[in-house]
Design a binder for this molecule. Sequence first.
Ligand SMILES: [Ca+2]
Ligand SMILES: [Ca+2]
Ligand SMILES: [Ca+2]
Length: 214
Amino acid sequence: MNHVSALVAAIAFTFAGTAAQAATNLVANGSFEATTQASGTWDTYGHVAGWAAGPRGVEVRNNVVGSAFDGNNFIELDTTGNSFIAQTIATNFGEHYTLSFAYSGRPNTAGLRGNSNDILVMWGLKPVTLVGSNNATGTHQWTTYSFDVVGSLGHSTTLSFWAVGKSDSLGGSLDNVSLISNVTAPVPEPETYALMLAGLAAVATIARRRSRAG
Ligand SMILES: [Ca+2]
Ligand SMILES: [Ca+2]
Ligand SMILES: [Ca+2]
């Protein structure tokens, strides 16, 4: 393979790689798997990787009182009382993102009065939604929620989740938080590839003729 052919192959490979690139989750530790929590146990932490937490911390549970939606860990925000978590994420002003997360009411909470499992979701200073449901069953009833959110003025937006139900140490479960940009990198059309490769092939031919002549 001469230099030009190698160049053509390298460029073709690079573009194929770009086209296959998957959407990136901009939330760090969105599934709460960064904490090493023994199976069937739970603990309250001052904070977890990627997330700041309120004074009452954040409760990480490894498949105890319900299974995780993703991986082994999920969190509860009514630790010994209502708490919250927050993460500041690099965003572009005005850009649209898809925010999604899995929520379930805590198992065996049919008898609770009021809205003990409520979680308020905030994007910057804007409320996104309030989720909350009592759960009569012994297992999680996960629902994935998705919302369109827009990057705040500046270079970042703070995403936060707040336990806002009855503050009684029992709360809703949260897992699999993700934020994905709706702006996809422009992928060249197949015709563009063909044109590019034809152009490079022409260059290669000229280069070959020149090297023969010289
Ligand atoms: Ca998880
Ligand atoms: Ca708790
Ligand atoms: Ca509660």
